[in-house]
Design a protein around this ligand. Structure first.
Ligand code: TXA
Ligand code: MG
Length: 336
């Protein structure tokens, strides 16, 4: 156990400078980004980065994203940028997108898990950006959860998972987007989305024309190009099933399971939730954007002991719905 220092950026003027000092000293610090909280360490320091893997219980073959404050700093980590990569970077940074680019070897080897490419992102969050500017080093940061659990969208989520395992936690309130960044491979002729996220395929295509999807996203028997996408993820404490179709169909499944003495929790859009009766119901919001923002908090709300089974509505796989459904499929064990 280590003592985890927690700062609130609203009330503590020293938060950023103290957090930056810990990062420069090779310690781990969690901080908010516009997507989810990240668990940071000095990306140029192998020993510091290994503390991230240890705290999260993360498999070592899963590379980390390097977070930087500026495009110049991004350039300092890569060996080249294709014209398409330049266009995408100019259009979407700072923002919820990670560019996979040819690495020039500046970052520690365990950041890239031995790959010749590196994922780099410039977040769009005032706390993350101040922190990155203050310490001036690239910060390796995966989501600040225990591996396998839903990603953290509040400081309390991080505390629940990592208190005693990390040196610091900067509390900057709830994150905005709620699902992680889009990971896009820009090392091939056509850009390939490896993980759908905060910037949608539709937005990317408006800037560069055709964008591919990693075939593994549609077909579970393909090997994903992003090592992290092969793991089961975002798992709630109790089993979750996805239920397609109308609210009436959902109510039928609820009734059937309750008749078997199962206590049933439901996650659905607010419009659907208002029509249902179950043991616990979490309305996620009316719009896909709200649903994305509330998703991980809802997954953490259902506790073993209160609920035996979660049933979740399915959503259209357009815009940010693509990222929402990608996470829900990974979190669930059946699709009815
Ligand atoms: O929004 C986000 O991206 C958050 C915040 C904290 O920035 N970070 C995040 O990191 O979600 P993580 O480690 O949970 O997910 C990173 C994903 C993994 O699926 C990993 O395999 C993939 O990006 N990745 C990282 N570097 C890669 C590379 N060089 N090639 C292919 N995939 C890579
Ligand atoms: Mg993660």
């Amino acid at each position: 156990m280590i003592q985890t220092k927690r700062w609130n950026v609203q009330t503590n003027k020293m938060a950023i400078s103290e957090a930056a000092a810990l990062l420069e000293d090779g310690q781990t610090v969690a901080f908010p980004t516009e997507t989810v909280y990240g668990l940071g360490a000095d990306a140029t320091n192998n020993t510091a980065v290994s503390k991230i893997f240890e705290a999260k219980g993360r498999p070592e073959d899963n590379p980390l994203i390097a977070h930087v404050a500026t495009k110049e700093q991004l350039n300092s980590l890569v060996s080249s940028l294709s014209p398409i990569a330049e266009k995408l970077i100019d259009a979407f940074t700072p923002g919820p997108v990670t560019f996979v680019l040819p690495s020039n070897g500046t970052c520690a080897e365990n950041v890239t898990a031995g790959l010749s490419t590196i994922g780099v992102r410039i977040p769009d969050h005032p706390v993350a950006n101040k922190l990155l500017k203050e310490c001036g080093i690239p910060i390796a940061a995966p989501s600040a959860n225990v591996s396998g659990k839903p990603s953290p969208t509040t400081a309390d989520h991080v505390w629940e998972d990592l208190n005693g395992k990390i040196a610091g936690l900067v509390d900057g309130g709830s994150t905005g987007v709620g699902v992680e960044s889009t990971v896009i491979d820009c090392t091939q002729e056509l850009p390939i989305i490896l993980r759908p996220g905060g910037i949608t395929k539709e937005q990317l295509e408006q800037v560069v024309g055709k964008v591919m999807l990693d075939p593994a996203l549609a077909n579970a028997s393909e090997k994903p190009k992003a090592p992290g996408m092969k793991y089961r993820h975002y798992a709630p404490e109790v089993p979750m099933w996805l239920v397609a179709g109308s609210p009436d169909r959902m109510q039928e499944v609820i009734n059937r399971e309750r008749a078997q003495q199962n206590r049933v929790g439901v996650m659905a859009s607010t419009a659907t939730a208002q029509k249902l009766e179950a043991d616990q119901i979490i309305p996620l919001g009316f719009e896909l954007k709200e649903i994305a923002a509330n998703l991980y908090d809802a997954l953490r709300e259902f506790k073993d002991g209160n609920i035996d089974l979660i049933l979740c509505e399915t959503f259209p796989e357009t815009n940010i719905g693509e990222a929402v459904m990608n996470r829900l499929k990974k979190a669930s064990s059946a699709h009815l």
